[in-house]
Design a protein around this ligand. Sequence first.
Ligand code: PA5
Length: 476
Amino acid sequence: MPRSQIEFYYGNVMADAIGPKHGITARQLQALAKRTSPLIAKLNEERRAGNTPYRDLPYSKETPQRVKKVVAELKDKCENFVVLGIGGSALGIIALQTALKPYMHNIYEKKRTGPRFFVFDNVDPSQFASFLHWIGNKLGKTVFNVISRGGQTAETISQFMIIRRLLSRRFGARSLRKHVVVTTCFNHNPLHRIATNAALPCLEIPAGVGGRFSVLTPVGLFSAAMCGIDIDSLLAGARDMDKKVSRKNFYKNPAAINAAINYHFYNRGKKISVMMPYSYALKDLADWYRQLWAESLGKAKNLKGRLVHIGPTPVRALGVTDQHSQVQLYREGPNDKLFTFLQVNSFDKDPKIGAAPRCAPEMAFLAGNNLSTLLNNEKKATEYALLQDRRPCLTVLFDKVDEYTVGQFIYLYEVTTSFAGALFKINPYNQPAVELGKQATFALKGKQGDYKPGYTYQEWAKEICSRTKIDKNFRV
Ligand code: PA5
């Protein structure tokens, strides 16, 4: 049986749909094809040379095997599964769970196919304390997955140190290995050292795969498999998309064409890119995309080191919810956005709308419809309204939301990001601005030693404090 697919639709960014002032003309599309086609060969070559290791993740045999082995060891003893991680070590994980587990997963005890699932990607004290209070007497059947590629992110390590103390006090230091799985790079970073010293089960993040490109490593696969998601199908979907995004023909390559369209609109004043799923299950994939796009493409310097301060601003919205919140701006505000809808053709469950009460006959037209037809009609209605105002709209069409299509989507957007990086002539794989904030946090928390030669963390902390202190003259 043919497997479910996703397709990329770009008819409604064309001049035929929204006019030549805002839309892409046939000639402009040809120019984009000319500019992007050599990049297809370049990216394929970079991949062959091993410079983009994220491209090969769906083909690993060892990774899913190792992940499943750890899952088999822990699953029966685990009623609560808790991820401690942030950024690329959290967003893909959350996206997979929201997409592929039922909405009521955590509280629908009878239907749960895996442990309850939580992610802490923040150090908000009230939130974490509330969780610690709840988990108190359930700790014995809880597994924590501590995820950090670099192994020294202050937020994740702080959470881990709270949990470590809790588990050690309750069950003894040796108990850690039954309750903690570490996912990190095996390069003797602090988290890796802690895991090795305490003999904790460890899953490896391959070298050269950045956080936001790591969802198809154990970062995303372990929690997914723990909660009953079919990771083989997820990886198969990514492999399927790999064939499409490697195609030499620009017009047949959805990643190349997607990146080129985004690049075109950025250069014509549409610097905001709104992703709007019409599916609650896909809402956190839009959040994952937001990080992927922002951290990869928001760069001060181009590949030649020239200052460019480039980067489209990704925004996530949710249909239909944000029709009642954002669409007023989207239609009548500045025409500075490119919209990407995610549309699902077939939903796994689809409640029917009941009859209208006699006192409200004017609502009878809704009766008998499934919610999916209402939802998808609302997508059409919003798209139509935007087109009327000459706003460009893309759509990613999902046959349905399952592991296979989600795997395709992830891979499509990762490779689209690589193409966009190449078009903007920036390095999409680093994040120097995020690193500075991480180091500044270390300084403020009292890290010892030199931040750079001749300049200690202590000195830097003083400078940071003086630049950020609240000056009472400006307080109102
Ligand atoms: O994409 C990235 O590289 C970042 O968002 C990181 O994932 C994030 O900063 C967390 O880093 P780490 O996984 O090293 O704790």
